[in-house]
Design a protein around this ligand. Structure first.
Ligand SMILES: NC(=O)c1ccc[n+]([C@@H]2O[C@H](COP(=O)([O-])OP(=O)(O)OC[C@H]3O[C@@H](n4cnc5c(N)ncnc54)[C@H](OP(=O)(O)O)[C@@H]3O)[C@@H](O)[C@H]2O)c1
Length: 216
């Protein structure tokens, strides 16, 4: 058994999740930010790639009163557990992320784990394990729903392992261009294409909110 895995990404009309400078992506509308916050609030944990964390410097907090009340009613902590993926383990310890009031786990390698073993910054550190093993352990620890917040390299790794169940994609009214700008799924390319079924498609002003299920 493993947790249900829902990816949540926003992309431009030309399929980029950030521009060529690979900074924080802030091109979504207030509606898209609210959608992301809702998905985070409904998750037991969020999974974030290290390059995304290094770009933003902070985690994804829930601020909305109703979402916080719903988490409390379910006996959950106010903020969603953040699980960071970093093979190198090189995450600047002075980032705002480490001052935010939330629980943090790290998925890394044995070399990466060495960098943090004397630190209290991450409550749990997992190293040198594959996705099926890790996700089975997360399930055993009570995680039932994980939100995958990107970026494209982490998405590629999870899709290649066959552990993404559904995908929320917001198409935003921008064109960034740039062959090296990140896309929802980067990496070396999937050996097997992943087929999707479109569950819902909602237009809110200039954005499209697409919800896909991964076909098995
Ligand atoms: N528009 C959106 O919705 C959205 C969402 C997320 C991100 N973004 C943007 O996307 C860009 C970052 O995406 P990205 O594709 O370059 O990088 P990413 O997926 O965020 O992070 C890649 C890093 O994650 C770690 N990693 C990846 N797979 C791993 C695995 N299987 N196990 C352990 N660690 C693993 C490695 O960290 P180390 O380098 O530390 O080894 C790798 O370099 C940023 O510009 C960000 O703003 C946009």
């Amino acid at each position: 058994m493993r947790p249900h895995m829902t990816a949540v990404l926003a992309m431009t009309a030309d399929g980029k999740i950030a521009n060529v400078h690979r900074g924080a992506a802030d091109f979504g509308s207030a509606a898209d930010r609210a959608h992301l916050e809702r998905q985070v609030a409904q998750s037991d944990a969020v999974l974030i790639g290290a390059k995304t964390l290094r770009a933003y410097g902070s985690g994804m907090l829930v601020h909305d009163g109703e979402l916080l009340a719903a988490r409390q009613a379910q006996g959950k902590s106010p903020q969603t557990l953040h699980i960071i993926c970093s093979r190198s383990g090189q995450i600047p310890p002075n980032m705002a992320f480490f001052r935010q009031s939330l629980e943090r786990w790290l998925i890394t390698t044995s070399d990466g784990a060495q960098l943090w073993h004397e630190s209290q910054a991450f409550q749990r550190i997992w190293y040198d394990q594959n996705w099926p093993e890790l996700l089975a352990e997360f399930y055993a620890l009570g995680l039932r729903k994980i939100g995958v917040l990107g970026g494209g390299e982490l998405m590629a790794s999870l899709l290649a392992a066959g552990v993404i169940d559904d995908l929320w994609l917001t198409v935003c009214p921008w064109i960034f261009g740039g062959a090296s700008a990140p896309t929802p799924v980067d990496g070396p390319g999937l050996l097997q294409p992943v087929a999707l079924e479109l569950l819902t498609c909602e237009q809110v002003a200039n954005e499209l909110f697409l919800h896909y299920q991964v076909k098995r």
